[in-house]
Design a protein around this ligand. Structure first.
Ligand code: LMR
Length: 427
């Protein structure tokens, strides 16, 4: 505008020089914007889709496939959709989402007969799947504990870093994975917990750790919980895979239940992307355990206030599917059977992959393939070896060597094992 006035043009009539200047100014808005780096997980799917090879295999994204490599819609979901059809109006949900869905979801995490539920001590809102739940919590943490940091395991799901970064919460890390044993580095983890300032926030994976497939044992969880108590730390559980570790959602909630037995006031992100196959529906839940009902009411109201300027209220369809399934004993039974079926198929593929590698005479140990649990196998392959898999064999996975076991099938396990053997046999 200053340039327009200096050029002597004013009012509604612009002279041609001013029009040119205005035009070039108006095109300058986004010239400094560089293309963003590809997402390390979702970028793999993009590359896979662009590959015309008939042999291509996608073991990148953590999304369940059947033994023909096809996406699965659970039978319980199909049945819930049939029941919903025609009965769904398109009204807004409340800011906190579907009350029925949230209630049922809390039972899964905290236990059907939890006193916390009876005493209304849990502040909970429907969230946009696990990512949305983590982000809402990170924003809540920033607003109400503005000087705090978050301790994140090494490694973790890549998006955890983005989430707390964009919420402007400083990040610290704690030891988790032990590359030599391909298991848990429990001693270093405990040291980090002890050495963190009292009252620190920690992000924990409730089960089926992503990307490593390595979880603490029950005994180790007890020690972790005890040390959190000693230090007054806050545990935020990301539970994206409840049911995928053991096939039983109750068993997979053990870590959380141990913390609750010890009287911790935890936070929890839940998602139905994996265990109900509702990936694109973006349905999940954020909960925060409070000291009493009054505090829970206050916390919930603040979570809603954080949600309002971001998306106002969450989507209705997925939430209705979930509440329909979990609110009906028969559908819930069918769901539990289907979750177990998915977990069992993955466990079977772990055995098949390991056996194939051993039959090929691999000089390396592949014991960890069957020891790790959940959707992922943290193979130990280097980024260069993964690059070779992609270039030479059209096999797509994240460069940290994570294999989504959900993408392994009877049809491709031999091909995958052979390719892994070829790129790893010389060390
Ligand atoms: C994954 O880790 O592959 C999934 O959780 C999908 C995602 O959003 O990253």
């Amino acid at each position: 505008m200053a340039q327009l006035l200096r050029s002597g043009c004013s009012g509604r009539v612009l002279c041609s020089g001013a029009v040119g200047a205005a035009r070039s100014m108006s095109t300058a808005w986004w010239r400094h914007v560089e293309p963003a780096a590809k997402d390390p997980i979702l970028g793999v799917t993009e590359a896979f889709l662009a590959d015309p090879s008939p042999n291509k295999v996608n073991v990148g994204v953590g999304a369940y496939r059947d033994d023909n490599g096809k996406p699965v819609v659970l039978e319980c979901v199909r049945e819930a959709e049939r029941r919903i059809a025609g009965n769904l109006n398109m009204e807004y949900l409340p800011m906190g989402g579907s009350v029925n869905m949230v209630e049922e979801t809390l039972k899964l995490a905290y236990g059907e007969n939890s006193d916390l539920l009876k005493d209304k001590r849990i502040a909970a809102v429907q969230a946009l799947s696990g990512t949305g739940a983590c982000r809402l919590f990170a924003d809540f943490q920033k607003r109400f504990s503005p000087d705090s940091q978050i301790y994140i395991p090494v490694p973790t799901w890549a998006n955890h870093h983005n989430i707390w970064r964009d919420a402007h919460v400083p990040q610290r890390t704690f030891h988790y994975y032990h590359p030599q044993s391909r298991g848990l580095d429990f001693a270093s983890m405990m040291d980090d917990i002890k050495n963190a300032p009292n009252g620190s926030f920690f992000l924990l994976h409730a089960c089926a750790h992503n990307p490593t497939g390595v979880d603490p044992s029950e005994e180790q969880w007890r020690e972790i919980s005890h040390q959190f108590k000693v230090k007054g730390h806050f545990a935020f559980f990301d539970m994206a895979y409840q049911g995928f570790a053991s096939g039983d959602p109750e068993r997979d909630a053990k870590s959380i239940r141990i913390f609750l037995e010890d009287g911790h006031l935890i936070g929890c992100a839940q998602s139905y992307a994996k265990n109900m196959g509702l990936y694109g529906q973006r349905v999940g839940c954020l909960s925060v355990v409070c000291e009493d009902e009054k505090q829970a009411v206050a916390v919930k109201s603040q979570l809603q206030q954080l949600a309002r300027p971001m998306y106002s209220n969450p989507p209705v369809h997925g939430a209705l599917i979930v509440s329909t399934i979990l609110g009906d004993p028969d559908l819930k039974k069918l769901w539990l059977k289907e979750v177990k079926g998915m977990a069992d198929r993955i466990i079977g593929m772990r055995t098949a992959l390991r056996e194939n590698l051993e039959k090929l005479g691999s000089p390396l140990s592949w014991e960890h393939v069957t020891k790790q649990i959940g959707m992922f196998c943290y193979s130990g392959m280097t980024p260069e070896q993964v690059d070779r898999l992609t270039k030479e064999y059209h096999i797509y996975m994240t460069r940290n060597g994570r294999i989504s076991m959900a993408g392994v099938t009877t049809g491709n396990v031999g091909y995958l094992a052979n390719a892994i053997h070829e790129v790893t046999k010389s060390g």
